[in-house]
Every structure is written in structure tokens, then in C-alpha cells.
Design a protein around this ligand. Structure first.
Ligand SMILES: [Zn+2]
Length: 416
């Protein structure tokens, strides 16, 4: 019984902590805007941003509280145990994964829909009802299949190998993770269409940037992100020296050639600093945490009984770990990793400055921030605890400093 109380108290503390962060974020709309980003929005647009931000964070708070209340009830009143059959190993897993997907899916779909109406209200949403429905169904099906596979694998391996499962499950999770990153380009094709970038100045400049550092360009693809959103992005995929660049079509329509090159040079900086590999290592830490937590539950067979289960249910253990223990682990782990990630962003910006794109990068970042309706003045604690990127103001300060440092460096090498 104590285990149940412990889990529910932890769950409540976790939600209270997240709520505190959301409230800090809600209030960020009232914080003074740093001088170097004051020109990002005009007065009227800033007013619009403030109400957009409050609606978005407000929705996120409501959705968090609803999820918390529903899950708290399910745990407190042993409802997970009540829906799953008592006999057998695999049937109860199937039923529970289905039930969980259904409950979280319904909550998820409702709030995604409200989110879409907010995006629509502010002119960001490009998704049609049809695309929205298709996306939701695809996500639910993929989530269901993946969770079912993992729960079945956990059950089968544990019954076969006993405690050795710790090693094997870690290996299995690693494989799934590698598979997903190998398959990512293929997976994203389920959701989007890709077309090669047309020949021209942009393609030549981008190719020159890459080949200048000994990369091979496998392709520069344009993704039809505008089908869903007006927000811009770019990323880098592929293992080894051969790379595929993906640019959102929204980036192409919003930025000048030099600005796109600056964003691209930033992405190339990530590639040169092997940030993708480092991110994989960071993910390994997450997987290690997850595996340890799962193992603790599987090893101490009594972990389901306090929640009303007559027999051990592997799917329930996954739900418990995924809903409560893993997010608690992440709170602490994210403090470390987000700090590393912000440093990597500064370094990638510095790369773009070195390629001669300092001014283009500043104007690109401002434009992207404006298009994305980004926050200019988040609370420092929010940044410290969870921001994967430094704030726009911090980035611009660092870019200007790096630019000055380089100009100074050039002069000092000149003979007196
Ligand atoms: Zn970056």
C-alpha cells in the first residue's frame, strides 16, 4: 500500500512542479523585453503575441491538470486493474495498452484540436480537418503498436531471462532508438512530402558550405511543412560524411538566400561538432534511466499489487514508469542536458559567424522568432531548467561578441 501512496504523492509533486514552471511561463508575457530584440515585434503585434502566449500556456496548464486528474483517478481507484483480465500474460497486456492508448488518445486529440483552433485564430494553422484527423490516427496507431511491442518484449524477455533482462532490454531499447533514427527520414515521409531543392544560387552556396568542410551532400530536400504550419525550421540527417539537409518550405518563402545560408551554416555547425552523436549519447542516459526504473519494478514483483492487480502486468509497469517515475527522472536529467544543449546552440551560431553569416543569422533568427511568435523574455529559471536553446537576446549578444572577436582577431594578425 505504501508504494501506491508514494507513487501518487510523487505524481502530485511532479505536477505541482510542472504547474509552477507553466505559471512562470504564463507570466513571461509581462516581463520587460531586452533591448537587442525590441524590434522583433511592433507594438500591435506584441499585444497579439501576449494574448497568443497566454492562450497557449493556459491551454497547456488545463491539459496538464486534466491529464493529471484522469490518471490520478485511474491509479487511485485501481481502474487499470479493473479493465484488464486477471488470467494470462499477453491478453492483459494487450487490453491495458489499448485502454491506455484510448484514454490518453482521447485527451490528446481534444487538446490538439483546441490547440489547432488557437493556431487558426492567430493565422498559424494550415492544417485541414482531414490532415489533422489523419495525423491523429497515424500517431495513435504508431504509439499503440510501439507500446504493445515494447510491453510484449518486456514480458517475453523477462520470463525467458530473469534479471538478465536488464542488459537485454537496454540493448533492445538501443536498437529501437537507432532504428528510429535510421528510419527517421522514412518515417517523416509518412507525414510529409519531400522534393529536391531547385538548382540555383541557394543550392550552390549551400553545397559550397558543406563541401568546404569535407562533407558529401547526398541531397538538399524541401519538406512541405506549409501543409500544416507557417513555422520555419531546418535539420540535418544521415550518418558519416554523407548528409541530407532538410529545409522547411516555410523557411524558403520567409528568408533571403543569405539568411537561409546562415541557418544552414548553424545546422552545419551542429554536424561539425557531432551534436547528433552527442544527442544520441544523451538519449542513452534517458534509456538507462528508463531501463533501471523498469527493472526495479519487474525485479520486485510486488509492484502491481498495490494498484489492485491480482497478477503481475507488464503493461501497467510501463504505464507507471512512463507516467510518474520517468518524468521525475527527466526533471533532474533535463537540467543537465538542456544546459549542454544551450552550449551546443551557441557553438553552432559561432560556426555560422565564422562562415561570414553573422548579420544574416541575426536577421534570420529575428524573422524566424517573429514568424514562430516566439517568447522574447522568458523567466531565467524556465531557461535554466528546460530551454534547449538560449533566448533570442542571449544568442544575438553572443553572435555580436563573436563577430567583434573575429574582426579584432583579423586586425591583430596584421603587421604593425
Ligand atoms: Zn541549433
Amino acid at each position: 500500500m505504501e508504494l501506491k501512496i508514494f507513487a501518487l504523492v510523487l505524481f502530485t509533486l511532479l505536477t505541482a512542479w510542472n504547474l509552477f514552471l507553466e505559471i512562470l511561463d504564463y507570466k513571461a508575457a509581462d516581463n520587460p523585453v531586452p533591448l537587442n530584440v525590441i524590434d522583433v515585434y511592433d507594438r500591435k503585434t506584441y499585444k497579439k503575441w501576449q494574448s497568443y502566449h497566454r492562450e497557449k500556456v493556459g491551454l497547456s496548464i488545463v491539459s496538464m491538470l486534466v491529464s493529471f486528474l484522469v490518471l490520478f483517478m485511474l491509479f487511485q481507484f485501481d481502474l487499470f486493474a479493473k479493465v484488464s483480465p486477471e488470467k494470462g500474460i499477453y491478453l492483459p497486456i494487450l487490453v491495458l495498452v489499448f485502454f491506455d492508448t484510448l484514454v490518453e488518445g482521447v485527451i490528446g486529440v481534444i487538446f490538439s484540436f483546441v490547440n489547432m483552433t488557437i493556431e487558426e485564430k492567430y493565422g498559424f494553422n494550415k492544417s485541414t480537418m482531414e490532415t489533422f484527423a489523419q495525423d491523429q490516427v497515424k500517431e495513435l496507431v504508431i504509439g499503440f503498436v510501439l507500446n504493445l511491442f515494447l510491453a510484449f518484449a518486456l514480458a517475453a524477455l523477462h520470463r525467458w531471462l530473469g534479471d538478465w533482462i536488464l542488459v537485454l532490454f537496454a540493448a533492445l531499447m538501443l536498437c529501437v532508438m537507432l532504428l528510429v533514427s535510421f528510419l527517421y527520414p522514412w518515417l517523416s515521409k509518412i507525414f510529409n512530402h519531400f522534393t529536391p531543392l531547385e538548382d540555383g544560387e541557394l543550392k550552390d552556396k549551400l553545397t559550397a558550405l558543406l563541401t568546404g568542410h569535407g562533407y558529401k551532400v547526398r541531397g538538399i530536400m524541401v519538406m512541405d511543412a506549409s501543409r500544416r504550419t507557417t513555422k520555419s525550421n531546418a535539420y540535418f540527417t544521415g550518418f558519416g560524411k554523407s548528409k541530407t539537409i532538410v529545409l522547411y518550405d516555410t523557411l524558403l518563402s520567409a528568408l533571403t538566400t543569405d539568411e537561409i545560408c546562415a541557418v544552414f551554416a548553424h545546422e552545419m555547425g551542429h554536424g561539425l561538432h557531432m551534436d547528433t552523436l552527442k544527442n544520441q549519447l544523451i538519449n542513452l542516459g534517458n534509456i538507462a534511466g528508463m531501463v533501471l526504473l523498469l527493472w526495479l519494478h519487474v525485479h520486485f514483483a510486488g509492484s502491481c499489487a498495490p494498484f489492485g492487480f491480482a497478477s503481475f502486468n507488464y503493461a501497467f509497469v510501463m504505464i507507471l514508469v512512463g507516467t510518474i517515475y520517468m518524468p521525475v527522472f527527466s526533471v533532474f536529467y533535463d537540467i543537465l542536458t538542456s544546459r549542454h544543449s544551450r552550449r551546443a546552440e551557441f557553438a553552432a551560431d559561432a560556426q555560422a559567424v565564422q562562415e561570414g553569416y553573422a548579420d544574416a543569422l541575426v536577421s534570420a533568427l529575428k524573422k524566424i522568432n517573429r514568424e514562430d511568435f516566439g517568447t522574447l523574455s522568458p523567466h531565467p529559471l524556465t531557461v535554466l531548467l528546460s530551454y534547449s536553446h538560449p533566448t533570442l537576446s542571449q544568442r544575438i549578444t553572443a553572435i555580436e561578441a563573436k563577430k567583434k572577436e573575429m574582426q579584432h582577431g583579423e586586425h591583430s594578425t596584421e603587421p604593425d
